[in-house]
Design a protein around this ligand. Structure first.
Ligand code: MG
Length: 314
């Protein structure tokens, strides 16, 4: 085959492949019209944390410490799959006046992105238990990663299709629980599929469109992963728009890597500009290491972030 014929054959094959992909959504489907998009007046900084980095010998002590430091929101882990544990957390929140943010859940070993029916069912059942726990507590969402590198044999195209096929029902289940399934885009070192906030938002949007309730999926942004994958922190958060329900706070790759804000070179002003622009009021939650004395370093980080937020003028 001559080179020209070879190229023509390739183009024809690509055209056939394209027709097999559903390309339905249009930019005009978005209610985010770009004209009235600057929602800065509505925005506020709500600082939160996972429990792991907070000093304390018990959950009660950690909650008390967070309250004393002015941390508003608590991020939970997979133990909320136990409804009794979820009820316990709910009572503790009510007693302390802290608010719930998200449940950090992960990929369940990539089980939901498997062609093995039993494996997929195990993952689905566990995600449903987490969504029920999140509902009991009042969490904004259950943070979900389709698959870390090496956890699923599916290609990117197959994984997107599986999400669109399987997740409308899970999105409706989440909505019935009063919460979301929240995609977390990761950097390529952890996951090749789903690496940017805009991509997570687009998949969440497409699943919502296929679902009955239209609102069970959302997306989040993690400053650490974003520092590796995004070309523009402000633009990335704007891409999340109304689908953005959670944020993870951590410095980027400079030493010390993925540390508490203020301990490495990473700045947060550009990202905060994006959060202000979309009127984001949801939690921004520590998911990071801390170098040094936590009793000293965590309050310092809180003050650093408040100053970064003030500097984020649009
Ligand atoms: Mg994260």
């Amino acid at each position: 085959m001559k080179r020209r014929e070879f190229l023509a054959a390739g183009a024809a094959a690509a055209a056939v492949a394209m027709t097999n992909i559903e390309l339905k959504a249009e930019v005009t489907d978005s209610t985010w019209d770009g004209k009235s998009a600057n929602q800065t007046a509505k925005a506020r900084l709500c600082l939160g944390s996972q429990l792991g980095i907070i000093p304390g010998n018990s959950v009660e002590e950690k909650f008390a410490k967070m309250k004393a430091w002015g941390i508003e929101a608590v991020e939970f882990g997979r133990d909320v799959e136990d409804p009794e544990r979820a009820k316990y957390y709910k009572k503790l929140l009510d007693d302390t006046g802290l608010i719930p943010s998200a449940v950090c859940w992960g990929s369940h070993g990539g089980d939901l992105m498997s062609f093995d029916k039993d494996r997929k069912q195990r993952g689905t059942d566990a995600l449903k238990r987490a969504l029920e726990g999140a509902g009991i507590i009042g969490c904004t969402g259950v943070i979900y990663v389709p698959a870390f590198n090496g956890q699923s044999p599916l290609t990117n195209q197959e994984m997107r299709k599986m999400l669109l096929d399987d997740f409308p029902a899970l999105a409706d289940f989440a909505a019935d629980c009063g919460t979301h399934v929240t995609f977390e885009p990761l950097n390529r070192g952890e996951a090749y599929f789903l690496r940017q906030v805009a991509d997570g938002a687009a998949i969440a949007r497409d699943i919502n469109e296929r679902s009955e309730k239209k609102c069970g999926m959302s997306v989040m942004g993690d400053f650490y992963h974003m520092s590796i994958e995004e070309t523009d922190m402000m633009g990335a958060f704007i891409s999340g728009g109304k689908l953005l329900t959670h944020v993870h706070l951590a410095g980027g790759v400079s030493d010390p890597r993925r540390t508490i804000p203020g301990q490495n070179k990473s700045r947060f002003v550009e990202g905060f500009r994006g959060l202000k622009y979309i009127g984001y009021t949801g939690p921004c939650s520590f998911e990071c290491g801390v170098r040094g004395d936590r009793e000293v370093e965590i309050p310092k980080a809180l003050e650093f972030l408040k100053k970064e937020y003030e500097l984020a003028v649009i």
